[in-house]
Design a protein. Structure first.
Length: 212
């Protein structure tokens, strides 16, 4: 009885989902990604003088248009070669952000900017170091080649170039990996095991497979 009603609900949800034909395509490019800064002048100096981007817009307002929250701010935009932008908000009343609950948050969350070749990545490394910016790498990920550094706000940045045309064009492989990941979670759930342990084992096994 319970099984049937659950199934019915599932079927109903399934049929209520709008068809793909209604989806208006896919987004065309990065418009902007936005971060918080505590020093717009230092941010302008970094993104224009160090990264060579242009300061292309600045908006001062006393409330956030989307939510109406009364937070005065200075909103700045820096443009990359393809027109995509990096944006910042400096809001004097905001307290500093606390540290993340795990240091890996600061590693995983980052902004990667693409350049045309491995040589250009290496030139960026030299340029950043000449400006006394700490650089990690280059790291050869096999599919991309990257260096890592931080802006004055602590935002982790990456300059990278593709090494393989498949780096962003392997949906079959990605779907297969997702299948393995979700199956491992389900196995853990069914067996009453800690999902972290089971997923860690899967990640180790995949790492071994890749390097063998
Ligand atoms: Fe990255």
């Amino acid at each position: 009885m319970t099984d049937t009603s659950t199934k019915d609900e599932g079927t109903e949800l399934e049929s209520d989902r709008p068809g793909d034909a209604l989806r208006p395509g896919k987004p065309t490019m990065l418009s902007h990604v936005a971060y918080v800064t505590r020093d717009t002048a230092a941010t302008v100096d970094f993104y224009t003088r160090i990264l060579g981007m242009e300061l292309v817009n600045a908006i001062l307002d006393d409330a956030i248009p989307s939510t109406g929250e009364a937070v005065p701010y200075f909103h700045s935009f820096f443009r990359m070669a393809d027109g995509s932008t990096v944006a910042f908000f400096e809001a004097p009343e905001l307290p500093p952000m606390g540290p993340p609950p795990h240091p890996a948050y600061d590693t995983f969350q980052h902004l990667a900017m693409q350049v045309d070749s491995r040589q250009t990545v290496d030139r960026w490394r030299k340029w950043l170091q000449a400006n006394e910016i700490d650089v990690l790498g280059p790291v050869d990920h096999k599919i991309i080649y990257s260096i890592y550094f931080h802006d004055p706000n602590g935002v982790r940045l990456e300059i990278t170039t593709p090494l393989s045309p498949r780096w962003n064009d392997d949906e079959v492989g990605a779907r297969a990996s997702l299948g393995e990941w979700e199956a491992a979670k389900e196995r853990a759930r069914a067996a009453g095991l800690d999902p972290v342990t089971v997923l860690t084992e899967l990640a180790r096994e995949r790492s071994r497979r890749r390097s063998s």
